[in-house]
Design a protein around this ligand. Structure first.
Ligand SMILES: NC(=O)c1ccc[n+]([C@@H]2O[C@H](COP(=O)([O-])OP(=O)(O)OC[C@H]3O[C@@H](n4cnc5c(N)ncnc54)[C@H](O)[C@@H]3O)[C@@H](O)[C@H]2O)c1
Length: 342
């Protein structure tokens, strides 16, 4: 039985706690939050669980095997580092850290201590992303052309990170998982309207093989939109995460170029407009699947798909995007270097 502690019971922490209390093979022993209101909420919902204002009580507990860090981004590095130093496996919220160098340190520390890092890239465990990955792997979509996502809503304004660091980690982790390659560079533009943090942003990533990815994130949208279009050589798809049924629609549409008998100077463009179908998508809560997988990775010594290295790749993309924004959309190249630890 794997024993867990959770640090942070604000907006997202209750979801992690709820899932950990019902997971087979794991037991939640303690929750730490420095806010009295948050601690009262835990105590009311889970009277049997130890509640403390002090994160170090969780980190130093001899009984706890794994710690979930569900606090604001700027605290992830220190808390995850302390947990690893004290022999705990860590489940860290996205994005893993504020700086790629910090992520690298955590990866090296975990390797030295033979511990697991899992970054909460929740969307990788949704039925939709699993289905899209299957459609790519089995060749249904063909070679990828583009990934184009809109993730916008009104708020929730964060105090420590801009809209890129808040919302884009979802798309970047999905892209990283689906495209299965590292971007060559990014061009990003953004603007701030209410405080010193950007609230709307447009990110464009260039990948090898002419794959291009665009992500629009916005805290100032009158409506909530969660749509992603993925174009492939053979098929194209539209994923609307707010749809209850038919979240994914696959279109047998595309363009083919042929050359006429007169020669290459008369290239013909043929449009293909075939059927549309909506594949079945599994509906289990992604966070439940992810935490089950974390327990499995620890128990059976497997490397998670969303390990520290995946977290590092996302932080690198975020850092590069921020740098491009600072330079009003100048291209920031991402050298195709791998981690020293990789
Ligand atoms: N995976 C997802 O879909 C998803 C969704 C929302 C948020 N998140 C991530 O979860 C993390 C937390 O976000 P949130 O919206 O819940 O934030 P929040 O501010 O609502 O909650 C954070 C909680 O942590 C507590 N806290 C902060 N520092 C602490 C410390 N050192 N010791 C003990 N308690 C501490 C605060 O008192 C607060 O209750 C962020 O990294 C965010 O990106 C992930």
């Amino acid at each position: 039985m794997l024993k867990f502690g959770v640090i942070g019971y604000g907006y997202w922490g209750p979801n992690v706690v709820r899932n950990l209390t019902s997971l087979e093979g794991s037991q939640l022993l303690a929750v730490a939050d420095d806010s009295l209101t948050a601690r009262k909420r835990v105590q009311k919902a889970y009277p049997g669980i130890q509640v403390t204002p002090d994160a170090s009580e969780v980190i130093l507990s001899a009984e706890i095997d794994a710690v979930a860090v569900v606090t604001p981004v700027w605290t992830h590095y220190e808390l995850a580092k302390a947990a690893l130093e004290n022999g705990k496996h860590v489940f860290v919220e996205k994005p893993l850290t504020f700086k790629a160098g910090e992520a690298e340190e955590l990866i090296n520390l975990a390797e030295r201590k033979n511990l697991k890092i899992m970054v909460d890239h929740t969307f990788l465990f949704t039925g939709a992303v699993k289905k899209i990955r299957q459609l790519i792997d089995d060749g249904t979509l063909g070679n990828l052309y583009y990934y184009d996502s809109t993730r916008v809503n009104l708020g929730l304004f964060q105090h420590d990170v801009n809209v890129i660091w808040d919302l884009a980690p979802h798309d970047l982790s999905i892209m990283d998982y689906l495209i299965q390659d590292s971007p060559l560079g990014v061009v990003a533009t953004a603007e701030k309207h209410l405080n010193s943090l950007e609230d709307i942003a447009f990110l464009t990533f260039y990948f090898p093989n002419n794959i291009i990815a665009h992500v629009n994130v916005n805290w100032l949208s009158p409506v909530k939109v969660r749509t992603t279009m993925i174009g492939g050589e053979k098929k194209m798809l539209m994923w609307n995460d707010l749809e209850a049924d038919e979240k994914i629609r696959v279109y047998d549409k595309g363009v083919e170029q042929t050359t006429s008998r007169e020669g290459i100077y008369e290239t013909l463009v043929k449009y293909r407009t075939g059927d549309m179908w909506a594949p079945q998508v599994e509906n289990t809560e992604a966070l439940k699947r992810e935490l089950e997988y974390f327990v499995d990775c620890i128990t059976n010594n497997r490397t998670p798909i969303n390990d520290g290295k995946a977290g590092w790749r996302i932080v690198r993309m975020l850092e590069a995007a921020n740098q491009s924004v600072k330079n009003r959309g100048a291209l920031v190249e991402l050298r195709r270097e791998e981690l020293a630890a990789a």
